[in-house]
Design a protein around this ligand. Structure first.
Ligand SMILES: Nc1ncnc2c1ncn2[C@@H]1O[C@H](COP(=O)(O)OP(=O)(O)O)[C@@H](O)[C@H]1O
Ligand SMILES: [Mg+2]
Length: 159
């Protein structure tokens, strides 16, 4: 059963996406199966892992979270791009920004990503979620989906 990491910080440009890519690639290199989820509508993780035209993707995180909300089926592996060497990607594109608005009025809106992740975590050793630089609803979903929280204070070691 996979362990879930969310990489989150309110500030942009501090290395969240780089951490998600490096952590995912490092774990994959150790032989672990890893799913990286791009939960940032700026889709930096998606671009970093080699998707050049994310707006043309038929299925992204937004598609699948909409399915979860509507209680529609998701096929095994649907929307997941096999990057190779044990590293998979669930990509994002601009539609994720619209999803944020759509989720806002829902009861249980903070648990939608958790419901998706619960379906895929048996297939992976690790799931790494790259968050946007804000405490938006998707970031709250990522924090609710992960297994615990720690903090790293720059220049002050680990807390
Ligand atoms: N450890 C690092 N050393 C040097 N440059 C880094 C490092 N981590 C990230 N960067 C660079 O900093 C910039 C912002 O990193 P990124 O991971 O996109 O930040 P965030 O996701 O927090 O917005 C990128 O250009 C990235 O290549
Ligand atoms: Mg980023």
């Amino acid at each position: 059963m996979g362990k879930i990491f969310a990489i989150s910080n309110m500030k942009g440009g501090v290395g969240k996406t780089m951490t998600a890519v490096s952590l995912g690639a490092g774990l994959a290199r150790q032989g672990k199966s890893v799913l990286c989820i791009d939960a940032d509508a700026q889709r930096s993780l998606t671009l970093s892992l080699g998707v050049t035209l994310p707006e043309k993707l038929p299925v992204t995180l937004a598609t699948l979270l909409t399915r979860v909300v509507n209680e529609q089926d998701i096929s095994p592996g649907e929307g997941i791009i096999r990057h190779g060497d044990g590293l998979d990607l669930l990509p994002a594109n601009n539609t994720l920004a619209g999803l944020e608005v759509a989720l806002a009025g829902l009861i249980g809106r903070e648990g939608v990503l958790r419901r998706y992740v619960d379906g895929v975590r048996p297939l992976y050793d690790y799931v790494v979620v790259d968050c946007a630089p804000s405490l938006n609803l998707l970031t709250i979903n990522a924090l609710a989906a992960c297994d615990g929280a720690g903090k790293r204070l720059s220049g002050h070691g680990r807390g």
